[in-house]
Each structure stands twice: as structure tokens, then as C-alpha cells.
Design a protein. Structure first.
Length: 328
């Protein structure tokens, strides 16, 4: 059975990708320093604890497991923190990725699926965003991901390391079977915070800005189910293993929902009230982000199974309430 090195395999999206890999017949080897990841989220293959920057550890893990490819998720991902502490982001996300890429190069691994982001585009010049939109990130997080995309292109040209960079819109939801889910600390994302408010774990959700040029004045985002993201990673991996060229794909559902619509949907799905407090804008938030994922649908046959917002929130809610039951 072919092995795939999954950096950040103990994290939110990485753990869902490990499940999808296992279903597809691969053995995922999670490489994670467990700073933000959870050891108990690693259920579909071995866990190897280590830092991206620890080249000797990476070499030992790769030599032991002999992966045919890598999926690279390990990164810091708090936009606000990246603005106040950019060095932390460039060191881990860029320098750490360089360490990984050099290890892949030196071990003759020729395929890498990279966890990128729509934050590499910056403020949209037109919507929905397509892959050829200029990449002008407006925060160090987006810039760090953009730099890794560039390094990957250069490593292909020089060393034949082919890659697919998947630019996600807003990852949300949890494994429909309830086997893994979202667990950030601190939590900053809208849907888990809304569900905390629904569960009474937080007194309310604060709506960041109500004066945007959007239909109801709140920010509009394109929410994509994490399991649909995971499936896309497996398709990208298979394509690379069959010889596909380096490229980048958007991953979104192409439909935008406002913060108010998310809150309304969560109230409907959970049957609970979600108290909302109207607050000021959060720095660095573009009014609307919606992605066009036509290319990955056409070229890799990706088709989301859980695109409906009610379904996305329902799976997240099931995971949320499962945690309450003390099962984790
Ligand atoms: N948001 C909000 N209140 C919160 C957290 C987020 O109003 O407590 C808004 C945020 O301004 C953005 C949307 O919800 O417009 C999604 O934010 P999230 O942090 O989940 O994802 P991002 O779009 O930053 O990747």
C-alpha cells in the first residue's frame, strides 16, 4: 500500500485528508509537532511527531516510511496574528516549507499537494475569483502561502517536484461520520463560534462589521465542507502520481453567505437561539470572497458532496455536541 507523508495530519483539514487517503487505499503518515494538532485526530495511519524545521527528523521519517508523495498542511493560520507577529509566520510557513521541500527533493519524492488559500489573492478585483486573478496578499499569512506556491514552481523547474496548490475558501463542517472535526485553540472562525453561542458556551457572537457593501451589510464568504476539500486533495494526489503538471486550483462552492445568513442557518439547524452583538469591522476582512472552482471540476472531476450550508453546519454541530458528551 502506498504511503503519503501528511504534514499537519493532526490538524483540522489534515485529519480529514488522512481519512480520505485511507479510504482511497493510501497509508497516511502524519508528521505534526502537535502544537495546534491533536494526537487523537490521527486515526488512519501512524503519527510521527516532529517540526518542519527539524531536517534530521524529517529525513528519518521519510527514510522509514518511504512515501510516494506529500500533502503539506502544517502551517500557522491565524490572519490577525500574522499581522502582529509576521516573523512567526515567515519562519514556520515559509522556512519550514523550504525544509520540507528540500527533504522531498533529496529523497526523490516528486509529488506534493499543498494547502494554499484564497488569502493569496488579496482584495478581489472581480468576483468570483478565478485562478488567474492577480495574487497580491494583504497579510503575512497570505504572503507566506504565496511564497510557498512560488517555491514549489521553482522546485518543479529545477528538480522535477510537481505540485498542486489548492486555494481554499472558508473550510467548515466536520466529518459526517463524526470521526474528526474542528478544534482550534484559540477559536477564531465564524461557524464554531456561532455554534458555541448556540450551545451556551459563549454568551453571544460578535458580528464584525455591518456596514459593508453587501446585501445585508455583513461580510460574505464561500463556505466549503472540509470533507469535500479532503476529496479534492486525493484527486490532486492521484493526478500528480499519474504525471499531471504543476498547477493551482480554487476550492469553493461558488456561493456566498453573509455572516447574518450563517447565524440564521445555525439557528435553524440547531433549533437554538444564537445571540448576536453587532460590532466593528475586523481589520483585513474583504467584504466578499467567493471562488470559482470550475477548473478543478473540469480537469480533475471534483464534485462537492456536501455543498449545502445547512449540511455543513449540521455536521459541525454534531461534532460540537459530541465533544460535550465527553467522547473525545
Ligand atoms: N466573523 C464575525 N465574527 C466572528 C468571527 C468571524 O463576524 O466572531 C466574520 C469575519 O469577519 C468574516 C467571516 O465571519 O467575514 C468569516 O470569518 P472566519 O474567521 O471564519 O474566516 P475568514 O474569512 O477570516 O477566513
Amino acid at each position: 500500500m502506498s504511503t503519503v507523508l501528511v504534514t499537519g495530519g493532526a490538524g483540522y483539514i489534515g485529519s480529514h485528508a488522512c481519512k480520505a487517503l485511507a479510504i482511497a487505499g493510501f497509508t497516511p503518515v502524519s508528521y505534526d509537532n502537535l502544537e495546534h494538532g491533536h494526537a487523537e485526530a490521527v486515526r488512519w495511519g501512524p503519527l510521527e511527531q516532529g517540526d518542519l524545521a527539524d531536517r534530521a527528523r524529517l529525513d528519518a521519517v521519510i527514510a522509514q516510511h518511504r512515501p510516494v508523495a506529500a500533502m503539506h498542511f502544517a502551517a500557522y493560520a491565524y490572519v490577525g496574528e500574522s499581522v502582529t507577529d509576521p516573523g512567526k509566520y515567515y519562519r514556520n510557513n515559509v522556512v519550514g516549507s523550504l525544509s520540507l521541500l528540500e527533504a522531498l527533493r533529496d529523497h526523490g519524492i516528486r509529488a506534493c499537494v499543498f494547502s494554499s488559500t484564497c488569502a493569496t489573492y488579496g482584495v478581489p478585483q472581480q468576483l468570483p475569483l478565478t485562478e488567474d486573478h492577480p495574487q497580491q496578499p494583504i497579510n503575512p499569512y497570505g504572503a507566506s502561502k504565496r511564497m510557498v506556491e512560488r517555491m514549489l514552481a521553482d522546485f518543479d523547474a529545477a528538480h522535477g517536484l510537481r505540485s498542486m496548490s489548492l486555494r481554499y475558501f472558508n473550510a467548515a463542517g466536520a466529518d459526517p461520520d463524526g470521526e474528526t472535526g474542528e478544534g482550534h485553540d484559540p477559536e477564531t472562525h465564524l461557524i464554531p463560534l456561532v455554534l458555541d453561542a448556540a450551545a451556551g458556551k459563549r454568551p453571544h457572537i460578535t458580528v464584525f462589521g455591518t456596514d459593508y457593501a453587501t446585501p445585508d451589510g455583513t461580510c460574505v464568504r464561500d463556505y466549503i465542507h472540509v470533507s469535500d476539500l479532503a476529496d479534492a486533495h486525493v484527486l490532486a494526489l492521484r493526478a500528480l502520481l499519474e504525471g499531471a503538471a504543476t498547477t493551482a486550483y480554487n476550492l469553493g462552492n461558488g456561493q456566498g453567505f453573509s455572516v447574518r445568513e450563517v447565524i440564521d442557518c445555525a439557528q435553524r439547524v440547531t433549533g437554538r437561539e444564537v445571540p448576536a452583538v453587532l460590532g466593528p469591522r475586523r481589520a483585513g476582512d474583504p467584504p466578499t470572497l467567493v471562488g470559482d472552482a470550475t477548473r478543478i471540476r473540469r480537469e480533475l472531476g471534483w464534485s462537492p458532496r456536501l455543498a449545502d450550508l445547512d449540511t455543513i453546519i449540521a455536521t459541525a454541530w454534531r461534532w460540537h455536541t459530541r465533544l460535550d458528551a465527553g467522547n473525545r
